[in-house]
Ligand binder design. Structure first.
Ligand SMILES: NC(=O)NCCC[C@H](N)C(=O)O
Length: 396
């Protein structure tokens, strides 16, 4: 897969499940949600999102199904138990008890614990005394839930025919890496798939990685992806021959712009929709490889011109949403710029971003609207909630 916009064929989603029921007003900030979602409604909204994709001929894979099947492999099962048990947090007594309990679970039950976690109250009884059990509240987590699994964009990303499993920056999301690692290593669908980048390298999240065109990546560097992460991704992409230029793009380190795809997504082979404030301020450092294999860093220069040069096109067009600053800021916060292209010029967007969607349509883009009142409480739109696995090439 070498674009953001070629006709989408296969995508990985996660239908939000019981992990969302773990969110409370006491933990939602730490778990990276801005409010407490109504879970049934979030699931309905997600089903409708998957429905729109299927209507457009896209094969939708669901993470929970893949994880459940992958865990049928005893090696995956052992890796799952290992990923769930944090010995330093639990102490010897509970570590042993939890490990033997999880080892005896079937694949689906283990997948459920891996996704939605486990409280101290839910832990199996153990023989000896545990200070840890006594000193924790019964509703505290012995295994943390992963409510952000919904945002499959960030935990893995396909570049060419390789998959990059992310090294996630925020503690609340770090364990997602282990789950994706199990799926890609052990699910029969992915046998033989080569990896790009290392899941245990410096932080890189998929929401920061845009495939601008064949061989050209843009990587946001901000709250989540570090400069070291962008550099490591570039080195690995050059070594694997899947990119010739990587543009490292500094973005403000704030929640509103946590990933590059919160301010800019592609809607056509040479067009992006972009938050107006970012349009003239974004810059890029261009990374490439010299003939002797050494890394070369140029810039910074304005992002739009650096992108056009790297892509070998005259200009990267920006659909001008022409919004006043307040509306633009409101709709950026609600993921108006976070569209998912299902084909060149056809994107999925949240219905609530009325003004952005209207401007996109005026520019000739077809917008497939979905509801996101509950899904959006984790701050992520259609692009964040999808990990494309295969797209047809774009005729450039
Ligand atoms: N690519 C994206 O912007 N993903 C959205 C991730 C939202 C999630 N609550 C997070 O803070 O990581």
């Amino acid at each position: 897969m070498d674009s953001e916009v070629g006709p989408l064929r296969t995508v990985l989603l996660h239908r939000p499940g019981n992990e969302l029921k773990r969110l409370t007003p006491r933990n939602n900030d730490q778990l990276l949600f801005d409010s407490i979602p109504w879970v049934d409604r979030a699931q309905q909204e997600h089903d409708a999102f998957a429905g729109v994709l299927r209507e457009r001929g896209v094969e939708v894979l669901l993470l929970a199904d893949l994880l459940g099947s992958a865990l049928d492999d005893p090696r995956a099962h052992a890796a799952g138990v290992h990923a769930a048990v944090d010995g330093k947090r639990l102490g010897t007594e509970l570590t042993d008890a939890l490990r033997s309990h999880l080892s005896g679970l079937g694949s689906l039950a283990l997948a459920e614990v891996l996704m939605s976690g486990m409280t101290f109250e839910e832990l199996p009884a153990s023989e000896g005394a545990s200070l840890v059990r006594k000193m924790n509240h019964p509703h505290d987590f012995a295994v943390d839930p992963l409510p952000n699994l919904l945002f499959t964009r960030d935990s893995s990303a396909w570049i060419g025919d390789r998959v990059a499993i992310s090294s996630l920056a925020m503690p609340a999301r770090r364990r997602e890496t282990a789950l994706l690692d199990i799926v890609y290593a052990y699910h029969p669908l992915f046998h033989g798939t080569a990896r790009a980048y290392g899941a245990h390298s410096a932080p890189v999240e998929g929401g920061d990685v845009l495939l601008l065109g064949p061989g050209v990546l843009a990587v946001g560097v901000g709250e989540r992806t570090t400069a070291a992460g962008a550099e490591a991704l570039a080195r690995s992409a050059f070594a694997d021959g899947i990119a010739h230029t990587v543009l490292a793009v500094p973005i403000a380190q704030t929640r509103a712009t946590m990933h590059l795809d919160t301010v800019c997504t592609m809607i056509g082979p040479d067009a992006v929709v972009m938050y107006p404030l970012a349009r003239d301020s974004l810059v890029a450092y261009a990374l490439s490889q010299r003939d002797d294999g050494a890394l070369q860093v140029a810039g910074p220069e304005p992002f739009l011109s650096a992108a056009a040069t790297a892509m070998g096109i005259e200009r990267l067009n920006v659909i001008d949403t022409g919004l006043d600053p307040v509306t633009a800021e409101r709709e950026q916060w609600d993921d108006g710029n976070n569209t998912l292209a299902v084909a060149p010029g056809v994107v999925i967007g949240y219905e609530r971003n009325v003004e952005t969607n209207a401007r996109l349509e005026e520019a000739g883009i077809e917008v497939l609207r979905i509801a996101g009142s509950e899904l959006g409480s984790g701050r992520g739109g259609p692009r964040c909630m999808s990990c494309p696995i295969t797209r047809e090439p774009v005729p450039y």
